[in-house]
Design a protein around this ligand. Sequence first.
Ligand code: ADP
Ligand code: ZN
Length: 285
Amino acid sequence: MNYGAIEAGGTKFVCAVSNEAFEIIERISIPTTTPEETLQQVFAFFDNYQLDAIGIGSFGPIDVNLKSSTYGYVTTTPKVAWTNYDFLGAVKERYQIPVGWTTDVNAAALGEIKKGAAIGTESCLYLTVGTGVGGGAVMNGKLLQGFGHPEMGHILVRLHPDETYKGTCPYHENCLEGLAAGPAIEARHGKKGHHLADEKHVWEMEAYYLAQALMNYTLILSPERIVLGGGVMKQEQLFPLVRQEFKKMLAGYVQVPPLDEYIVPPALGDNAGITGCLLLAADSL
Ligand code: ADP
Ligand code: ZN
């Protein structure tokens, strides 16, 4: 049995093939260009194998509603070439096998709960803080979705008292993503995040926003664990700052697990998404 995985990101696609035990046999990385060009390379890679199922974790927004006529499409993405593109349909047309379909962050949540930092729990929220902010979750063992998928990066937050920046989100300006994603840090402080490691106020402000988001997710979903990934979270000093701010904001209102076990980095590192896609492939059988 072989599984195929497509972790479809806005800048790159990572594809992998694994055996039944989810051990990766081969993986490749392809720059994201047009759908036709990108998928041609994906197919060239998968054509070398006899696959039994494929799992796709895609950038979005995407249509995950089985009742929808555009189920499987990438919908309103700012990446114009991919707008209203039938991504799932193209993969299914090429390979007549089951194909699992969800968001990149839902796939990462699945990877972390089954093989990573949230093993042993029934519910895990995964938040990536990178070029954008996005969250996915597995709740009671199932991927979280309703009429669509969550868009946890675009929630509204209170402004930090020292905030000077208007926000980067083209839809909402100062939503969480608009204030806390990597490009917002760069625009506010004039330097990329990895050049700001020693600037304490940068990470205190970042923690102020992330902690508010985690408080909201906690109050709404009550996940057993929250995994924070993405490039910005490579600033490890953020973890204690986020936990501290979270504790202060929550003010003891609800009982939460010990914070150093509740708010954690991914155990799978950058492999959370691709691992989740392999698991999704298996689940689709
Ligand atoms: P993507 O979101 O495109 O998948 P990343 O998760 O790597 O990719 O996020 C890229 C963003 O994270 C950029 O804005 C970059 O400046 C920021 N970033 C990457 N590495 C670091 C780091 N070590 N410290 C702070 N910010 C970082
Ligand atoms: Zn927004």
